[in-house]
Design a protein around this ligand. Structure first.
Ligand SMILES: Nc1ncnc2c1ncn2[C@@H]1O[C@H](COP(=O)(O)OP(=O)(O)OP(=O)(O)O)[C@@H](O)[C@H]1O
Ligand SMILES: [Mg+2]
Length: 322
């Protein structure tokens, strides 16, 4: 394997030859975000990527948690800490094995050009690949990764007719949403995506730091309102995330900046933004949590008059069916 082109790495697509086939490599993503709080889970991810003996190889963990909780950000921050190039592959329900590995493209010359996916590029360059939202991908695509995710550490591209071996520095992780999975990831793949690193919602101090980091120009009162709201939602097991908080603040601040002649009050702008981002339900978190629990069957139905006077089992109960 050798580089055919040199020069400006950032602006030129690179072409690498492997087993006589020229592969056009993908570009890496710039990871410049900090990870705030939950330091233990970042250390756990770093431990997965350590190689501690000659016979050892790195682990490819699953990062799980609800939407917007910071899974992708965590993986990006870990790659940045290691100082490695980062490649993100966005998995979807129609990702085909060739999309994940090597795709043939008709070049201007009329010849076929082979394009290496972000995953295969990371394997060749010794970078980090984040398979983002992995549980959206079908079993067929996952199957092509089985040898990569165990000690064999290679993939076979049927389309290009080549085997690509992973560089020793190649590292991988997969993010998965706990809900909204389009496909069940098969067990033989899950058993290779170990360990599972679960992200929790941030505590109050960390959540404030996250919002401040992303929106350093937001006034303290609005930051405080948003953190209070998010913390109450987390306590009630409602899935509102730091990302929702960032969006609420962004829209409210834009509305405040819009008309300096007739300014909205901060409170008005914040409440308006809350309903536009999360819907009217978000104005009453306790009511929403109650309805959710009821819909999930976690809460006993409320007592009616019959229950109060006769008790549930009493034969005189008007609601009893015999
Ligand atoms: N601990 C954190 N430190 C810094 N930023 C964070 C943190 N947690 C969340 N964020 C911010 O919240 C937003 C959502 O994070 P991210 O996109 O990583 O979530 P996700 O779990 O990958 O969501 P999805 O399931 O929708 O892919 C981003 O703007 C991210 O920067
Ligand atoms: Mg994500």
């Amino acid at each position: 394997m050798h580089d055919k082109t040199s020069g400006n790495e950032e602006s030129e697509a690179r072409v690498v030859e492997i087993e006589g086939v020229s592969l056009h490599l993908s570009r890496h993503t710039v990871a410049d975000q900090e990870w705030i709080g939950q330091i233990e889970v970042l250390r756990q991810l770093q431990a997965c990527w350590m190689v501690i003996a000659e016979e050892d190889f790195s682990l490819s963990p699953r990062i799980v948690g609800s939407p917007g909780i910071g899974k992708t950000t965590l993986a990006m921050a870990a790659a940045r800490e290691r100082g490695q190039e980062l490649f993100i592959y966005q998995c979807t329900s129609d990702t085909r094995p060739e999309d994940l590995l090597i795709t043939p493209v008709l070049a201007e010359s009329g010849k076929i050009a082979y394009h290496a996916s972000p995953l295969v590029t990371a394997m060749m360059r010794g970078g980090v690949c984040v398979l983002d939202e992995g549980n959206r991908m079908s079993e067929k695509s996952w199957a092509s990764l089985a040898p990569l995710l165990d000690h064999r550490r290679y993939v076979e591209s049927i389309v290009a007719g080549i085997t690509v071996k992973a560089h020793p520095n190649f590292r991988c992780c997969v993010t998965m949403n706990e809900d909204a999975s389009t496909y069940e990831v098969p067990d033989y793949i899950l058993s290779r995506l170990q360990p599972t690193l679960a992200l929790e919602f941030p505590n109050k101090k960390d959540e404030l730091a996250i919002l401040q980091y992303h929106l350093p120009f937001a006034p303290n009162e609005m930051l405080a309102l948003t953190v209070e709201f998010l913390q109450e939602a987390h306590d009630l097991d409602l899935e509102y995330s730091p990302r929702d908080g960032i969006h609420i603040l962004q829209f409210a601040l834009k509305r405040l900046a819009q008309d300096p002649e007739h300014p909205l009050t901060q409170d008005e702008a914040w409440r308006e933004s809350l309903t536009k981002v999360l819907g009217d339900d978000a104005l009453d978190l306790k009511g929403l949590a109650h309805r959710r629990r009821k819909a999930l069957g976690d809460e006993p139905p409320p007592l009616d008059f019959g229950d109060i006077f006769f008790g549930g089992d009493n034969p005189l109960h008007p609601g009893r069916d015999d």
